[in-house]
Design a protein around this ligand. Structure first.
Ligand code: FDA
Length: 317
């Protein structure tokens, strides 16, 4: 039931007619305000400062947009990512910028994507030399067709000594193998359950199977081998059972607070993020900004059937 609801919302996220209607409707502004920091880089950076000052929570900035095929919009997106890196470096925060390959050119040309990502990662490296923190270009993971290209892009930049990180999804059957390789590379990996849909050959379908795989992946991410390789685990979920499990495995295998982190989404159960931060855990929120907010917001609605009420309110008010 949960996966059917999620698949329907994924369909809505990809509908350009729906996107245009929702993003131009006044009635939906509460949805935008719930999940998005604002339209500008400054709004994103200011939210990042406020989170750190109030709750000790770090941020990962994300200029929204996905599956972009308009060259002008790609250029604007790349510029916004550079501006975000500058803005948060000026404020002495972590230069943690999230990026989807399809928003920086992958739909048009993989070479172009690599060029943009390379420039961004080099810029982060340069800015990071002047400020303390955990700095990286974090590759988000999109649908199954993007798995190989995204991993290859991450590995190419990592091999050049650039500060990059990778997202892997527990719903994909291949992820255990991908994770083992990243552990050997001593990478930074963000584990998520997966906000896309794929058939049973490629992906686990049930919630319990995905949770089971998440636990097995966490065991690997916090293994003694991972620690000895300099691997950095990032557990990105609002699932408190998985938080507890990760902390348990971490302690059992000698990981201290600050050698890994938890990441959550702006506007989703921020109480959980605050509680973890109060316990001394390193916590980060994914802070989206920009005009193209509908696909991001409707995916969040899809993650919890109880959010149907939010969607109904925005459609019929
Ligand atoms: P899960 O769905 O198991 O729910 C756990 C608890 O949180 C429940 O109580 C639930 O009700 C509550 N909850 C979860 N989502 C909620 C919501 N939207 N509103 C209200 N309550 C909610 N995916 C992907 O495919 N590629 C990516 O690159 C990323 N990137 C990413 C970064 C970060 C920082 C996060 C936290 C997540 C992603 N995701 C992602 C999304 C991820 O795959 C997944 O869809 C969501 O995190 C929801 O799964 P959880 O494990 O968080 O909660």
């Amino acid at each position: 039931m949960r996966r059917i609801w999620q698949a329907s919302m994924i369909g809505l996220a990809r509908s350009s007619a729906m996107k245009s209607f929702m993003q131009n409707s006044r009635a939906t502004s509460f949805l935008r305000n719930k999940y998005v920091a604002g339209e500008t880089v400054t709004a994103g950076a200011e939210r990042a400062v406020a989170l750190l000052e109030k709750n000790g929570i770090r941020s990962s900035l994300f200029f929204m947009g996905e599956y972009v095929d308009d060259p002008a919009l790609i250029a604007e997106t790349v510029q916004q990512k550079h501006d975000a890196a500058e803005a948060i470096a000026q404020r002495q925060l972590d230069i943690h910028i999230s990026v989807d390959p399809t928003q920086i050119g992958y739909v048009i040309s993989p070479q172009q994507t690599q060029g943009h990502a390379l420039k961004l990662a080099k810029e982060i490296k340069r800015l990071a030399e002047e400020s303390q923190g955990i700095h990286c270009l974090m590759f988000d993971m999109e649908d199954a067709s993007l798995n190989d290209p995204t991993i290859a892009l991450h590995n190419t930049l990592q091999d050049q000594g650039l500060p990059v990180a990778l997202t892997l999804q527990a719903y994909m059957r291949r992820t255990m193998e991908d994770m083992e390789k990243q552990v050997q590379r001593g990478s930074r990996v963000r584990l998520v359950k997966g906000a896309f849909a794929a058939g049973p050959k490629l992906a686990f379908q049930g919630t319990n199977e995905i949770k089971h795989n998440s636990r097995q992946l966490i065991e690997l991410m916090f293994s003694k081998t991972a620690k000895s390789k300099g691997f950095y685990p990032i557990i990105a979920t609002h699932d408190t059972n998985l938080h507890d499990f990760a902390i348990l495995v971490a302690r059992k295998n000698g990981w201290s607070k600050g050698e890994y982190e938890f990441e959550m989404l702006l506007g989703v159960r921020e109480d959980i993020a605050r509680n973890l931060a109060l316990q001394g855990e390193r916590v980060r929120l994914y802070v989206p900004f920009g005009r193209d907010w509908w696909p991001h917001a409707v995916r969040r609605i899809g993650e919890n059937p109880r959010n149907a009420v939010l969607l109904t309110r925005s459609l019929f008010s």
